[in-house]
Design a protein around this ligand. Structure first.
Ligand code: CA2
Length: 152
Protein backbone atom coordinates (compact mmCIF):
# COMPACT_ATOMS: atom_id res chain seq x y z
CA UNK A 1 0.00 0.00 0.00
CA UNK A 2 1.36 3.49 -0.85
CA UNK A 3 1.71 6.02 1.95
CA UNK A 4 -0.68 8.99 2.13
CA UNK A 5 0.94 12.15 0.71
CA UNK A 6 1.14 15.54 2.38
CA UNK A 7 1.44 18.47 -0.01
CA UNK A 8 3.85 21.06 1.43
CA UNK A 9 3.44 24.38 -0.37
CA UNK A 10 5.75 27.38 -0.21
CA UNK A 11 4.92 30.83 -1.56
CA UNK A 12 6.87 33.78 -2.90
CA UNK A 13 10.51 34.43 -2.03
CA UNK A 14 10.85 31.30 0.09
CA UNK A 15 13.31 30.02 -2.55
CA UNK A 16 15.68 32.64 -1.04
CA UNK A 17 15.68 30.94 2.34
CA UNK A 18 19.22 30.56 3.69
CA UNK A 19 20.54 32.69 0.84
CA UNK A 20 19.30 36.19 1.86
CA UNK A 21 18.34 37.74 5.23
CA UNK A 22 19.69 34.93 7.47
CA UNK A 23 19.24 37.18 10.55
CA UNK A 24 15.47 37.12 9.98
CA UNK A 25 14.80 33.69 8.47
CA UNK A 26 17.85 31.62 9.49
CA UNK A 27 20.61 29.99 7.48
CA UNK A 28 18.88 26.75 6.48
CA UNK A 29 17.84 26.55 2.84
CA UNK A 30 14.47 25.46 1.48
CA UNK A 31 16.25 22.27 0.39
CA UNK A 32 17.16 21.66 4.05
CA UNK A 33 13.52 22.19 5.05
CA UNK A 34 12.40 19.75 2.36
CA UNK A 35 14.85 17.13 3.63
CA UNK A 36 13.62 17.57 7.23
CA UNK A 37 10.00 17.21 6.05
CA UNK A 38 10.73 13.99 4.14
CA UNK A 39 12.62 12.58 7.12
CA UNK A 40 9.91 13.25 9.72
CA UNK A 41 7.04 12.30 7.40
CA UNK A 42 8.81 9.02 6.55
CA UNK A 43 9.02 8.13 10.25
CA UNK A 44 5.28 8.79 10.50
CA UNK A 45 4.41 6.64 7.48
CA UNK A 46 3.67 9.60 5.21
CA UNK A 47 5.10 10.85 1.92
CA UNK A 48 5.76 14.52 1.15
CA UNK A 49 5.27 16.41 -2.09
CA UNK A 50 7.26 19.62 -1.48
CA UNK A 51 6.81 22.60 -3.83
CA UNK A 52 7.60 26.32 -4.06
CA UNK A 53 6.29 28.99 -6.41
CA UNK A 54 6.49 32.76 -6.64
CA UNK A 55 3.17 32.77 -8.53
CA UNK A 56 -0.27 32.90 -6.89
CA UNK A 57 -2.02 31.08 -9.77
CA UNK A 58 0.50 28.23 -9.66
CA UNK A 59 -0.11 27.75 -5.93
CA UNK A 60 -3.87 27.71 -6.58
CA UNK A 61 -3.50 25.11 -9.38
CA UNK A 62 -1.52 22.88 -7.01
CA UNK A 63 -4.14 23.28 -4.25
CA UNK A 64 -6.91 22.33 -6.70
CA UNK A 65 -4.96 19.27 -7.87
CA UNK A 66 -4.41 18.15 -4.26
CA UNK A 67 -8.12 17.39 -3.85
CA UNK A 68 -8.34 13.67 -4.40
CA UNK A 69 -4.59 13.04 -4.46
CA UNK A 70 -3.20 14.43 -1.15
CA UNK A 71 -4.21 13.59 2.43
CA UNK A 72 -3.57 17.13 3.67
CA UNK A 73 -1.78 20.40 3.01
CA UNK A 74 0.94 22.25 4.93
CA UNK A 75 1.25 25.77 3.55
CA UNK A 76 3.58 28.70 4.06
CA UNK A 77 2.01 31.11 1.59
CA UNK A 78 4.63 33.79 2.36
CA UNK A 79 3.31 37.30 1.78
CA UNK A 80 0.19 35.90 0.02
CA UNK A 81 -0.90 34.86 3.52
CA UNK A 82 -1.80 38.49 4.17
CA UNK A 83 -3.31 39.35 0.77
CA UNK A 84 -4.80 36.39 -1.07
CA UNK A 85 -8.54 35.80 -1.00
CA UNK A 86 -7.94 33.49 -3.99
CA UNK A 87 -5.69 31.14 -1.96
CA UNK A 88 -8.23 31.28 0.89
CA UNK A 89 -10.99 30.19 -1.55
CA UNK A 90 -8.85 27.41 -3.06
CA UNK A 91 -7.95 25.99 0.35
CA UNK A 92 -11.56 26.15 1.53
CA UNK A 93 -12.79 24.13 -1.43
CA UNK A 94 -9.93 21.61 -1.33
CA UNK A 95 -11.79 19.79 1.43
CA UNK A 96 -8.52 18.66 3.06
CA UNK A 97 -6.98 19.36 6.48
CA UNK A 98 -4.73 22.41 6.15
CA UNK A 99 -1.96 23.53 8.52
CA UNK A 100 -0.65 27.08 8.09
CA UNK A 101 3.04 27.53 8.90
CA UNK A 102 5.41 30.46 9.22
CA UNK A 103 9.09 30.54 10.00
CA UNK A 104 8.84 33.80 11.93
CA UNK A 105 6.44 34.79 14.68
CA UNK A 106 4.30 37.04 12.49
CA UNK A 107 2.63 38.54 15.59
CA UNK A 108 5.95 40.04 16.70
CA UNK A 109 6.32 41.75 13.34
CA UNK A 110 4.59 44.57 11.44
CA UNK A 111 0.79 44.89 11.96
CA UNK A 112 0.13 44.04 8.27
CA UNK A 113 1.44 40.52 9.01
CA UNK A 114 -1.04 39.99 11.84
CA UNK A 115 -3.94 39.18 9.56
CA UNK A 116 -4.02 35.92 7.61
CA UNK A 117 -6.50 34.90 4.91
CA UNK A 118 -5.48 31.29 5.56
CA UNK A 119 -5.95 30.84 9.33
CA UNK A 120 -9.74 30.55 9.17
CA UNK A 121 -9.59 27.71 6.63
CA UNK A 122 -6.76 25.92 8.50
CA UNK A 123 -7.08 23.35 11.27
CA UNK A 124 -4.14 25.02 13.03
CA UNK A 125 -1.36 27.57 12.70
CA UNK A 126 2.31 27.15 13.66
CA UNK A 127 4.64 30.13 13.59
CA UNK A 128 7.90 31.31 15.10
CA UNK A 129 9.85 28.06 15.25
CA UNK A 130 12.01 28.68 12.20
CA UNK A 131 12.36 25.72 9.87
CA UNK A 132 11.13 23.47 12.70
CA UNK A 133 7.64 24.99 12.15
CA UNK A 134 7.30 22.67 9.14
CA UNK A 135 8.25 19.53 11.12
CA UNK A 136 5.77 20.48 13.87
CA UNK A 137 3.08 20.95 11.21
CA UNK A 138 3.75 17.50 9.76
CA UNK A 139 3.47 15.97 13.24
CA UNK A 140 0.17 17.81 13.82
CA UNK A 141 -1.21 16.72 10.48
CA UNK A 142 -0.13 13.10 11.08
CA UNK A 143 -2.09 13.11 14.37
CA UNK A 144 -5.18 14.48 12.60
CA UNK A 145 -4.94 11.81 9.87
CA UNK A 146 -4.50 9.07 12.49
CA UNK A 147 -7.55 10.27 14.42
CA UNK A 148 -9.61 10.34 11.18
CA UNK A 149 -8.51 6.75 10.44
CA UNK A 150 -9.68 5.63 13.90
CA UNK A 151 -13.06 7.35 13.38
CA UNK A 152 -13.57 5.67 9.98
O1 CA2 B 1 7.58 33.83 8.53
C1 CA2 B 1 7.19 33.34 7.47
O2 CA2 B 1 7.34 32.15 7.17
C2 CA2 B 1 6.53 34.26 6.42
O3 CA2 B 1 5.50 33.50 5.78
C3 CA2 B 1 7.63 34.62 5.45
C4 CA2 B 1 7.15 35.61 4.37
C5 CA2 B 1 6.49 36.82 5.03
O4 CA2 B 1 5.96 37.68 4.02
C6 CA2 B 1 5.36 36.41 5.97
O5 CA2 B 1 4.83 37.55 6.57
C7 CA2 B 1 5.89 35.48 7.05
C8 CA2 B 1 8.35 36.07 3.54
C9 CA2 B 1 9.03 34.95 2.84
C10 CA2 B 1 10.28 35.49 2.25
O6 CA2 B 1 11.31 34.60 2.55
C11 CA2 B 1 12.59 35.07 2.43
C12 CA2 B 1 13.57 34.22 2.88
C13 CA2 B 1 14.87 34.62 2.82
C14 CA2 B 1 15.21 35.85 2.30
C15 CA2 B 1 14.22 36.69 1.84
C16 CA2 B 1 12.89 36.29 1.90
Amino acid sequence: MTEPTILVLNGPNLNLLGVREPALYGSETLGDVEEACHERAGLLGLAVDFRQSNHEGQLIDWIQEARGSAAGIVINAGAYTHTSVAIHDALRSADLPVIEVHLSNVFKREPFRHHSYISDVAVGVICGFGTNSYVLAIEGLAAILDAAKEDA
